[in-house]
Write a protein that binds this ligand. Structure first.
Ligand SMILES: [Ca+2]
Length: 184
């Protein structure tokens, strides 16, 4: 009976340790649009009182604004360098503000791999979180490039989390420890 109790105690402790490790390993990397390592026009930085950090990056509206999916006018982009603390599968989320159905996406290029699109949802003219790809990332530095796909698309923040159930709602607190910026 004593032995059983000891075994049960060990099992309970092991479960607690595993749960603690799982909790401790939850990573959330929050990057402001304006935390870019480099920027290439027509991507541009802009300010707003309602954006996190009072700044965002965007592909400014062109006149005439496209009314069909015509493809981007240039490869304007922002590049971010992110230090991922541990290997895992990370979900990308971006806090965006879309002009309309022809200004509601970006290309995302991770470590120079083929581009995927983020966006194409139907929420316009307000900041909201948009779910992107799930990315398999090793520990260490990765380059995330957000690139022109349609004019009228704005990016306030993006986040990477290895918690696939996490759903951001409001602007998130920036995590400078994971963000590499050019030396001043
Ligand atoms: Ca911002």
């Amino acid at each position: 009976m004593r032995r059983l109790t000891a075994a049960t105690t060990i099992v309970v402790l092991a479960v607690l340790v595993a749960a603690t490790l799982a909790w401790a390993a939850t990573i959330k990397i929050v990057v402001e649009g304006e935390d870019y390592y480099s920027i290439k026009p027509s991507m541009a930085k802009a300010t707003s009182e309602v954006a996190s950090g009072h700044a965002y990056v965007h592909i400014p509206l062109r006149r005439p604004h496209a009314t069909t999916e015509t493809g981007p006018a240039d490869d304007g982009n922002v590049r971010f360098r992110i230090n991922v603390p541990s290997a895992g599968t990370y979900t990308l989320w971006a806090r965006c503000n879309w002009y309309d159905s022809c200004g509601n996406s970006f290309f995302v290029v991770v470590d120079g791999k083929p581009a995927t699109a983020i966006g194409e949802d139907g929420t316009y003219q307000t900041w909201h979180w948009v779910k992107g790809a799930r990315l398999s990332l090793s520990a260490g530095v990765h380059e995330i490039r957000i690139q022109n796909r349609e004019d009228g698309a704005k990016l306030d923040q993006f986040l990477l989390t290895n918690n696939s159930r996490y759903v951001p709602v409001r602007a998130e607190t920036r995590t400078p420890q994971y963000i590499i910026k050019p030396s001043q």
